[in-house]
Every structure is written in C-alpha cells, then in structure tokens.
Design a protein around this ligand. Structure first.
Ligand SMILES: [Zn+2]
Ligand SMILES: [Zn+2]
Length: 188
C-alpha cells in the first residue's frame, strides 16, 4: 500500500486493503516457527500527519496455519494484531540518529533502549510504501511457540506418544538436584 504524503489531510485518512495468500505466505516463510498462510491478511489503517511526520495505526488479521510447538498438531489461526508506527522524513531521522549517538557517547548506558525511538522508521520522498513495515510487523507478531490449546501436554520425551491422548506409562521424572540432599536425610 502506497500513500502519498500530500493526500493525508488534517483529519487523517483511513485505508483498508487485503494481502493475498501468496503475499502473506512470502512474508511468513521468512520466519523460523513454521507458519504458513492459510488465507490472506486484512489490514485497516488510520494515517495521520503532523508537519512531515506520518503516524500509522493499523489493525491486521492474518489467516495462518502452523504446528503446535509441543505436540506438533496442526493449528489454524486467525491472528489479529495491531501496531503503531511513526514515519519520520529521512533527513530528520538521520539528524536524530546522530544526536542519539552523541548522547550515548556522553552517557554510555549498557543496553540502553529508547522506546520512543523504537517504533520510528524513516521514509523518503512523497510516497510512502507501507508494505515493508507491514512485513516487519507481521513477523514480529507471529507467536514463536504456538500451542494447539492452553495446557497442551505435548509429546512423551521417552516414547514420543501424544500425551493429550493419554498417559503412556514412561518414567519421565528427572531427579531435581535440590531434593537429592534431602533424600539422604533419615527420618527418625
Ligand atoms: Zn499441542
Ligand atoms: Zn512415553
């Protein structure tokens, strides 16, 4: 979805569009958690402008198919998520970056993180393509360890049986080292 900056009036604009299944699939293929597109994605965005900064608030619904990270059962998911972005003109963005870098040099903080800057992205020219940002946000929103249901028992680590179908009787107890000492204590 391309938006011409000049078309964004004071009241803001609303844009809705659909990503076809193939496009969504191409995005999620880049993820390691095994998601595939089972349908397309629907996007609803509110776009506002203040000076040269563009604010995007979007709601996305993506049709996905995956695999339970515990029992490997197939999962069909209609994943809804929302994101907000501030698009800053590239020249302003670079300036800000160098100021931030200077700040950091003066006050070095280990692992310092500026949440306000985190959701800012640079744009160039008059026409902003929202697709790269959408792609990034979809990838960020994919559950890394999806489960087929809350409390899925997973597979037996010994025999591989799906424990949701019942116990297999294997001894999966791993002795807890914290109790090892206690076991030696004789009760008198
Ligand atoms: Zn499961
Ligand atoms: Zn077992």
């Amino acid at each position: 979805m391309r938006v011409n900056i000049d078309e964004i009036k004071e009241a803001g604009i609303d844009r809705r569009w659909d990503l076809p299944r193939e496009a969504l699939d191409a995005i999620v293929l880049g993820d390691r958690s095994g998601w595939r597109a089972s349908g397309g994605a629907h996007v609803e965005a509110r776009i506002e402008k203040l000076d040269r900064r563009v604010f995007v608030k979007a709601r996305v619904t993506a049709e996905l198919a995956g695999e339970c990270s515990r029992c490997l059962a197939p999962i069909a998911s209609r994943l809804p998520f929302a994101f907000a972005l501030t698009l800053v003109p590239a020249d302003e963005y670079d300036e800000q970056e160098s100021v931030a870098a200077e700040d950091k040099a003066h006050h070095p903080v280990a692992g310092s993180f500026d949440p306000q800057h985190a959701e800012e992205e640079a744009y160039q020219g008059k026409v902003v393509d929202l697709d790269p940002f959408l792609r990034e946000q979809v990838l960020l929103s994919l559950p890394e360890y999806p489960v087929c249901r809350e409390g899925c028992k997973g597979l037996c680590s010994v025999c591989g049986k799906n424990l949701n179908d019942g116990e297999c009787g294997c001894d999966r107890k791993v002795p807890d080292p914290r109790w090892a000492g206690l076991a030696k204590v004789k009760l008198t």
